[in-house]
Ligand binder design. Structure first.
Ligand code: C5P
Length: 237
């Protein structure tokens, strides 16, 4: 698979064209940002860990019949994926209170939620990714009502599958963000599933093993990503 021109450079990944118009390469960088990119840094080898973690999780989900953009891992930092027309919605699923949910509703962090909570955010950096509801999605024409129904249902299934997978590795899936897109009209799970976009806590110690270590200056950031890599990929880094 030949890597061609750059299509887009994001905060943590670069997308490249290939010789196949239906396929693109996702390249994972070490750069980390938080708070609308006001905070920036490098997490050593994050790109390598995230590419592998995401590949393993996409492979697992694909085996469970979840439709994703993942094709295969190409190298340490590159993943081959189907080209998507990205839907500009960030889908967050939560199992325990944390982050913006705790802040918005005045809930202490770490309270188990009776049912998973699904939230939608408008993927728009200039607006700071505001929370939106299904009426806003219709108003902005971001997705059809049928797509929103499917996204919600699929995100909840992904939650169940990931929770089970991570629980077996002594990791609590507190919350996470997904993105969906269209490939020849077919709805596919896109982007990545990594400690950049998931809150992962150690089951025994409740220690944070995700980007909150960077956001909140908790230290031992690389070590946390490496440990998630070890537990999910079963490989020494
Ligand atoms: O900040 P908040 O509590 O809303 O984040 C919920 C989940 O979504 C967290 O796991 C966070 O890492 C992820 N997220 C993300 N990208 C964003 C916002 C949130 O990956 N732009």
């Amino acid at each position: 698979m030949e890597r061609r021109g750059k299509i887009y450079e994001g905060k943590a990944k670069i997308l490249y064209e290939t010789d196949d118009p239906d396929l693109v390469i996702q390249y994972f960088k070490d750069e980390a940002t938080a708070f609308d990119a006001k905070k920036r840094g490098i997490i050593e080898r994050k790109g390598v860990y995230n590419n592998r973690i995401s590949s393993v999780l996409f492979e697992y989900l694909s085996k469970q019949r979840v439709r994703t953009h993942f094709v295969k891992q190409l190298s340490e930092r590159e993943m081959l994926v189907k080209r998507l027309e990205i839907i500009k919605i960030e889908v967050v699923v939560r199992n325990l209170s944390a982050g913006s949910l705790s802040k918005r509703l005045g809930l202490e962090e770490g309270i188990p939620l009776a049912e998973p909570v699904v939230e939608f955010f408008y993927k728009n950096d200039a607006l700071g990714d505001p929370m939106i509801n299904e009426d806003h999605i219709r108003l902005l024409n971001l997705a059809t009502p049928q797509e929103v129904t499917a996204i919600r249902k699929r995100a909840l299934l992904v939650n169940e599958l990931l929770r089970e997978f991570l629980d077996a590795r002594d990791v609590i899936l507190v919350d996470f963000k997904l993105e969906y897109g269209r490939h020849h009209g077919q709805l596919l799970l896109g982007d990545e599933i990594t400690p950049d976009g998931c809150r992962l806590w150690d089951k025994k110690t409740l220690e944070k093993m995700d980007k909150d270590r960077f956001r909140r200056d908790l230290g031992k950031i690389e070590e946390a990503y490496q440990e998630v890599y070890r537990r999910i990929c079963g490989e020494a880094a």
